[in-house]
Design a binder for this molecule. Structure first.
Ligand code: PDD
Length: 278
């Protein structure tokens, strides 16, 4: 597959950016990860809408129209032989002399796109679940922006790795926020419970999928602040992201979640997701 950088296509190893790119210097940029199944992007319009929102939050002008973005994603997919892929898009504020403030001249945003073969979560993870550990959410207060400034998320994911877990579950002031790179779901007495969509979490495209599904199928769902005690006492826990899809969490801080195996609400969501991407 070829990668896209500022209007040009090249092999990945030949794509080069300036060391003064504000993405490199300041993490001053945003990104998206769009999953592709059977060569078709899943929920692309939602991803592109979020990309637009992230750019708006950083006051970076969107360098492309919706149609141009769709074309770019299509060309990336076409450049790869893989059926299932994930397309990575990144936009930074561009190249400028190092100064924290936005450049005053009209710099051109840097646009980068690549696609990778998508190795979907394997049967072991889907059928037997993953383990998580909890930690305080030490990130900043604009987690709704899908920013490439990911140091807090990087340290959180490493905390999971260091504790032989696949993901963290983070809490801010005693309330559930999210994982390092996923949204977290609680199930209690048959109800799906998720934290509010505010500046403390990234509103995942799978978050929207699950919320919409619950509405369409009449599944009980509560979107509200979730305490640490509720997470500990959950019947089921799940995580969701573009790359992990929806996975059951069977171990929380070394303790079994509910029955210690994937539960019925997970099974339902898994089936619905598999059908949606088929
Ligand atoms: N991460 N929360 C955070 C902090 C995330 O980074 C992600 C996704 C999500 C889930 O969003 P979605 O359902 O749209 O993937 C929630 C991507 C996959 C990543 O950074 O690679």
């Amino acid at each position: 597959p070829l990668v896209y950088l500022n209007g040009a296509w090249s092999p990945l190893s030949e794509a080069k950016i300036s060391v003064l790119d504000r993405g490199f210097i300041f993490g001053d940029g945003i990104y998206e990860v769009v999953p592709v199944y059977h060569r078709k992007p899943f929920r692309m319009s939602h991803h592109l809408a979020r990309l637009e929102r992230s750019l708006g939050a950083l006051r970076i002008r969107n360098p492309h129209t919706l149609v141009e973005w769709e074309d770019l994603v299509r060309q990336l997919i076409d450049s790869s032989p893989a059926d299932d892929q994930f397309v990575y898009l990144q936009v930074t504020r561009g190249v400028a002399k190092r100064d924290h403030a936005f450049p005053t001249n009209d710099v051109t945003p840097t646009v980068f796109g690549m696609t990778s073969p998508f190795t979907r979560p394997d049967a072991r993870q889907r059928d037997h679940g993953v383990s998580v550990v909890s930690m305080p959410d030490e990130r900043w207060l604009h987690c709704e922006i899908k920013s490439t400034s990911l140091l807090g998320n990087v340290l959180a994911k490493q905390y999971a790795v260091d504790h032989q877990a696949q993901e963290v579950v983070m809490f801010r002031d005693g309330f559930l926020s999210e994982g390092s790179s996923s949204n977290i779901w609680v199930v209690k007495d048959g109800a799906i419970i998720a934290p509010l969509k505010n500046h403390l979490i990234l509103e995942g495209i799978r978050y929207g999928f699950i919320e919409g599904l619950a509405a369409a199928r009449g599944l009980p769902i509560e979107i509200r602040p979730v305490t640490e005690a509720e997470v500990q006492a959950a019947d089921e826990l799940m995580l969701s992201s573009a790359t992990k899809e929806i996975l059951p969490i069977v171990s929380y801080n070394g303790q079994p979640v509910g029955a210690g195996k994937p539960g019925p609400v997970y099974a339902r969501l898994r089936k619905e997701y598999d059908e949606a991407i088929a």
